[in-house]
Design a protein around this ligand. Structure first.
Ligand SMILES: Cc1ncc(COP(=O)(O)O)c(C=O)c1O
Length: 488
């Protein structure tokens, strides 16, 4: 298909699944099962972005000086309608990371205040919180552990309530609408009410929400809400928005300080970020039009959510495993975690450092597994005799001697985990599946178990996930043959 010559709406009614996938430039040879990370942009939106880029390239000065700001403001209009607010409360930003950085770095919290996230907060956002408290003396960061299983929505809300009882100094909470990589749909309306009842500001990380769940920003009434529209709203990459409640306008500035700093026009201030290509923002009306033309929120949800349900069943049955233990009401519509079966050769602990830890601590602490993930360490410990706390200092020393950054240490006591990411073995499996089988998936490690995060945008269908199920079983079967050959 010619990239610049798509007549999207010629073949109505548009079919979801493989028919819809033809409207994306995705490589037809790759089974694409990880929409969640970076989204996918339809050809018609790319076409619109190129049209605007052509215009920009014809007269760079005229475009930048005279056309950019009006285009920026115009593009906010359909977005404001879509997200249930007014343009005056919205600014474009490159992505969720930028949006949250703008909020975190701008707010003047009193010394002694704490900013809270959770153990499910996106890693880059955890860093942004840590950096904020580093550059603003007197502030503290707190991360509430969210341990699975979660039994009900109320169970989760109760955990937040107890945490706030224990930490009355929290003044800002950064809460995901849909957590990533764990794919928990947070009870965001109830949490905003809970935080506000304690005079805590709430910044919602809605990176995965816009386009996946219906959001009415005015009704939600969070202090800040940010999302990356390249994920589920079909915008070009590098396209997000930040909602700033009228209560805070004038107090939040762009993460990049530039022209119009602290001026009276919030749009003008956020639009100036130095010189850069803002055509992703100007393409948002085309992205929203695409979303509406394929049926809009209801139609998309009515296809994608049952598909996610079916795919989870399919994988659980095929692999004889289970989904992440969360209640139905906290399941994201199109993003779920399913455990992959144990595969010999992939799911094995790295023994080098664990041998050292064993020597140091056995028999007081039994170290069952060890992974090194970039600079993080993830350990499964079973405390045999003493409480772990009395051993922490020594444990940290051993880790430090082994090059581990123990100040960012996430530990696993019993079978509870604070870090969700990929282990080296998960990454190896993910890469093997991509290069050998041409299927893109994303592996997630959670509480010592390996999961695949399933994403079901409207251009996927059952066949993609049947393929995923088959490939994993084939790799497992081959690994078992190798093991039995080795042992004979
Ligand atoms: C919950 C969450 N927050 C923030 C981000 C960062 O998004 P971006 O890279 O678009 O800034 C992501 C990306 O996956 C995410 O899942």
């Amino acid at each position: 298909m010619d990239l610049l010559d798509t007549e999207l709406y010629s073949s109505k009614p548009l079919q979801f699944g493989r028919e819809l996938k033809k409207h994306f430039p995705l490589d037809a040879d790759i089974t694409y099962c990880n929409h969640g990370s970076f989204g996918a942009t339809p050809l018609c939106v790319i076409q619109e972005q190129r049209r605007i880029q052509d215009d920009m390239n014809k007269w760079p000065c005229h475009f930048t000086w005279r056309k950019s700001l009006p285009l920026y403001k115009q593009a906010l209009e359909p977005l404001a309608d879509f997200m249930g607010t007014k343009t005056k409360n919205l600014v474009f930003i490159a992505n969720t990371t930028t949006g949250l950085n703008s909020v975190l770095k701008s707010l003047n919290l009193r010394p002694g205040s704490a900013i809270m996230g959770t153990s499910l907060t996106y890693g880059a956002v955890q860093y942004a919180i840590q950096e904020t408290v580093r550059i603003k003396p007197g502030l503290k960061s707190l991360f509430m552990d969210i341990i699975f299983p979660i039994h009900s929505k109320q169970d989760l809300i109760d955990r937040f309530t107890s945490y706030l009882d224990e930490h009355p100094n929290i003044k800002l909470a950064v809460i995901d609408h849909i957590t990533s990589p764990s794919a928990v749909l947070m009870p965001i309306q109830e949490l905003v009410a809970l935080f506000h009842s304690r005079e805590i500001f709430v910044a919602v990380d809605g990176a995965h929400a816009a386009g996946q769940v219906q959001v009415n920003l005015d009704e939600l009434d969070a202090d800040f809400y940010t999302s990356s529209m390249h994920k589920w709203l079909f915008a070009p990459r590098g396209c997000g928005f930040l909602y700033i409640s009228p209560r805070h306008q004038g107090n939040v500035h762009p993460a990049i300080t530039s022209w119009d700093y602290a001026g009276s026009d919030m749009h003008a201030e956020f639009q100036k970020e130095g010189t850069r290509d803002q055509t992703p923002y100007f393409s948002v009306p085309a992205a929203i039009r695409f979303y509406q033309e394929i049926g809009g929120w209801e139609t998309v949800r009515n296809y994608c959510r049952p598909l996610a349900d079916d795919v989870v069943d399919l994988l659980v049955k095929a692999w004889h495993t289970e989904k992440l233990p969360i209640p139905r009401e906290l399941e994201a519509p199109c993003l779920r975690l399913v455990r992959v079966p144990f595969i010999e050769g992939y799911h094995r602990a790295d023994v080098s450092i664990s041998r050292c830890l064993h020597n140091e601590f056995m028999p007081t602490i039994f170290i069952s597994l060890y992974y090194k993930v970039n600079e993080y360490i993830l350990i499964h410990l079973n405390v045999v005799l003493d409480p772990i706390s009395s051993k922490l200092g020594r444990l940290c020393r051993v880790l430090a001697q082994n090059d581990a950054r123990w100040d960012y240490l996430y530990m696993q006591l019993g079978d509870t985990s604070l870090l969700m990411d990929k282990t080296e073995s998960d990454l190896k499996l993910q890469e093997h599946i991509f290069f050998e089988y041409k299927l893109q998936l994303i592996m997630i490690s959670c509480q010592g178990k390996s999961y695949v995060r399933v994403a079901t945008p409207a251009y996927t269908d059952h066949r993609d996930f049947e393929e995923m199920a088959r490939i994993v079983l084939e790799i497992q079967a081959k690994a078992n043959v190798c093991r039995s050959n080795a042992s004979t």
